[in-house]
Design a protein around this ligand. Structure first.
Ligand code: F2R
Ligand code: MG
Ligand code: MG
Length: 320
């Protein structure tokens, strides 16, 4: 029980840590980051303060709160949870803001997401917040996929958005199942992810590239060119999985690497942090990073409480 709770905490706090580490350099190129900051290994000063979180973690909190409150997925409640937590200073994506405005104006939770952009958003906003789903349903990947798709569709109804959220949830789930004690067989891990993906999924080709890149020591530019580093789910979720797998033996190195790739740094590091945290547990997160996190009413302590509640709920679902 203690070990599983530590992994749930690792996944949720890993989201916060990665988000806060990457946030000050979001949108910068790898070269600009390296020449201006060197390796980003400490929480840099930022608009809301060093160690603060952005939309990624705020929405992850909303997902966890709703799952705990409703003892599983409830679309209407999760949509309301997004609205209650919404703080525009955290820097939300335009499509997500539009979907939340539609819901606030009375549009149903399962209709709003498809009215954003052409065919819904394919941004990474529903993948970056999915860690609680990956933890809660790590034992049941079919249920995990169903909940990931439904929770994504509230704001991201495009197939790339929904599949990206499900892929990220699966990556977290497999990490929680594996854990460093058992060692990570990278080939097996990737094979399990590929098996999870639908046969026609566009993510299959990206996962193939991840596997090929892991054979060598590709420089940042090549990784960015092959996998991408922007705010589209297809061009960031595989990048986060790659960052974890490249440095699966060390939580800190995985996140420093993810931020070093530049682009959507807060989000790629938040997703890599969720996977690495689910794998290693909270115990592997550097203390200096944990100490630098937000301490407000919905800060790091609150996130850890949510993780423990999710873990209790998981136990009750598995053994009613
Ligand atoms: N918003 C930001 N960062 C910029 C502002 C931060 C600034 N430093 C600050 O402090 O305020 N980051 C956050 O947004 C990303 C997640 O975005 P989300 O929630 O997916 O939004 P959206 O708008 O739905 O999708 C992102 C972009 O993808 C393109 N796009 C998506 N679907 C599309 C479609 N069907 N057709 C055309 N384009 C589509 C658009 O360019 C969207 O804006 C994370 O980085 C998070 O950290
Ligand atoms: Mg963000
Ligand atoms: Mg971002």
């Amino acid at each position: 029980m203690f070990e599983l709770a530590d992994r749930f905490s690792g996944a949720l706090l890993g989201t916060h840590v990665g988000d806060a580490l990457g946030m000050p350099v979001e949108g910068y190129s790898p070269h600009y980051i390296r020449s201006s900051f060197g390796e980003v290994r400490e929480m840099l000063e930022a608009r809301l303060g060093a160690g603060t979180y952005t939309d990624d973690t705020e929405m992850m909190i909303a997902v966890a709160e709703s799952l705990v409150r409703k003892r599983g997925f409830d679309g209407e409640d999760m949509a309301q949870s997004f609205l209650e937590n919404f703080d525009p200073r955290r820097g939300y994506g335009a499509g997500t803001v539009s979907a939340l405005k539609l819901i606030r104006s009375g549009v149903r939770w399962d209709l709003a997401g498809s009215r954003v952009f052409e065919g819904g958003s394919y941004g990474n906003g529903s993948a970056m917040r999915i860690a609680p789903v990956g933890c809660l349903y790590h034992h049941d990947l079919q249920k995990l996929k169903e909940v990931a798709f439904a929770s994504s569709s509230i704001t991201h109804a495009h197939s790339h958005g929904k599949e990206g959220a499900a892929l990220q949830a699966c990556a977290v789930a497999l990490a929680v199942r594996s854990g460093p004690g058992r060692g990570l067989d990278v080939k097996e891990y990737l094979a399990a992810i590929k098996q999870f993906l639908d046969p026609g999924s566009v993510y299959r080709a990206k996962l193939q590239l991840v596997e090929e890149l892991l054979q060598g020591k590709a420089p940042f530019d090549e990784v960015v060119q092959e996998l991408g580093h922007d705010s589209r789910a297809l061009y960031s979720v595989p990048t986060a999985i790659y960052s974890f797998l490249r440095h699966h033996e060390d939580f800190e190195e995985a996140l420093v690497y993810a931020v070093g790739l530049g682009g959507d740094t807060d989000t790629i590091a938040a997703m890599a942090g969720a996977i690495a945290g689910g794998y290693h547990g909270k115990k592997a997160i550097p203390v200096r990073w944990l100490q630098a996190l937000e301490r407000g009413p919905k800060g790091a302590n609150y996130i850890e409480e949510l993780a423990l509640k999710l873990c209790r709920l998981h136990r009750e679902i598995v053994s009613p």
